[in-house]
Design a protein around this ligand. Sequence first.
Ligand SMILES: [Zn+2]
Length: 700
Amino acid sequence: MRTRVLSSLLLCAGAATTVAAQQPMVGFTAADAARERAVETNAIQRPSAQSAATLSKDLSRETHVSGTPAQARTRDYVIAQLKKWGIDTDVKTFDVWMPHATSVHVTRVSPKPKELSLAEPPVAGDPSSRLAQYPTVNGYSGQGDVTADVVYVNYGLIEDYAQLDSMGVSVKGKIAIARYGRSFRGIKAREAEKHGAVGLLIYSDPQDDGYVAGDVYPNGPMRNSAGVQRGSILNDDGDPSTPGYPSTAGAPRLTPDKMNIAHIPVVPLSYGNATELLEYMTGPSVPRSWQGGLPFHYHVGPGPVRVREAVTDDRATKAMKPIYDTFGIVRGSEFPDELVIVGGHRDAWGPGTGDNISGTVSILEAAHAVADELKAGMRPKRTLVFATWDAEEWGLIGSTEYVEDDSLRLSRNAVAYFNQDEAAQGSQFNASGSPSLRPTLRDVARLVPDPNGQGSVYSEWRKAAKVPNGQEPAMGDPGGGSDFAGFYNHLGIPILDWGFGGPSGIYHSQYDDYTWMTKFGDTGFQYHAAAARIGTAMMLRLANADILPYDYVEYAQTMRRYVAPVDRLVAQHHWTAPTTALSASIDRLEQAGAAFNAARDSALAGTVPAATLGQTNQALVQVERALTRPEGLKNRPWFRNLIYVADEDNGYANMVFPTVNEAIRANDETLTRSEIADLAAHFDRAASALDAATRTLRGR
Ligand SMILES: [Zn+2]
């Protein structure tokens, strides 16, 4: 799973970051930079497409849903590879509340009774499509057996229900049918239940990722009429029985009636099956924008289509299941306590070749490259961690439990977390992350050749995004939707996420498999290797930097763009909630960033005592931690980061400055004013942390 609202093709609005011709290596002395260049140049040649193909084929040979024996086998496979390369390993196990479906039925009761065939049928020429399947049901669906008239609710957004209200149509006591898109499916389930629906069906409209978008599988990469998007509807991150704390042995557990989970059955449908319902519906015509891509006019209902939706699971007998995070660890030679981490989830809804064996392979190939460098005598200064997470698909569970369990050490010592989710299933590079790390990623993307043979990943990225001279290709903001959430949203650790995407209609389907990948996604596994080359260089760069290469000038410049929209909203409300102090604090952060960069570059031009470097880096790590607060967001205490979060009413869309923007949405002038002041105080604290780093470096 990952955030599927793509912003990577948009330009940085107003970002006047200039492009330097030849970039010096930030954070290194001249001698160390030369050594690092040599190591990186060598190391990035090591990941191989052939080896990536083998790993991909092996790891996607079975459907490996979290909590199953097949998923335990991927753990063993990953650990065996790391050991074979000579890397130390660890496995962390958590027991989590994760019921698996035991039966799922959707039956059209009237007109013309028909039980829908829910499984995804085999496809000619694709052996993996014959593998055992996980039932087509949403993760954390409620159990139930309901029969009711059907109402079409468009995307199932809050505004869609308002529209239905205005049409005099209610879903109370009905089964809602919503299309995928525009919001996280968990929000669709929450809203359907809130509005009184007794069941929810979520289908993939062909307009979204089916025949309207392109040729369908197996003739093309898009979703065919039987393809189903499974996926979790859990709205919180982590095990719902231990909200905010780790699922360790003996941890107190909420009972299901206390958990924040859905209570109605929620089942995903192919558009072939959705047609069996939508085509027979009458009642009011849909508003124009609600019409999807099926070849008939849509009606809202209710009815006359009547459906039975029935889901059972194993919660009464074995709701608790073990999950396994794996770790490959390379101990640092100079700062062994400081951690540079790359991670991605290893679980899937089917064979998961794209989501997320591609990320797993990128991580493994980077680990392999580093292992070979170790054999050649290289020692990283900081500790490298190569992680694969379990149960991401159910709600970022493996990474969340790990972060909650090890939060003190991570808060103190993690210098960066890199996420790999859907790392290679196309040729278009995209990236997101903390503004402080974006310049380093751009620099590394300049080193790595693009698999199209025409330049670097960076130059092809610019070309595809049509970036004018003097600007940089935009990167996404870390809202949520993948395993960086624990690191970023909960602890304030700088993160990055990158990968190569393209046309795809197999998301969370049985057809996300090796055959699809070799026919459409990454036919020669060159993009898997390229993602791993970037990972290899990013890990080594952060591990070996004399001074961590965070850029708080770009950070502050990025933040400044978010102030004017706050001003506009405040003006719309006719409130007095000035952002002058907020702007001033962002200015101070930029000045502190510029002063630090100058002090760093001048110090590294000479010799800096090792102890000074150590203290400077310790101070630097605190800068972004200062942009979190222990009590978190007003309605979501787990989310402590004050800069970016997933919109609580959407789940996919990002919200910037969430404490302020949620106060505005709550229509609370006083709170808005105090949250603006609080945010400004946090920017001041970040600037002070940066000033402390500058003073340490200057020796006063
Ligand atoms: Zn994923």
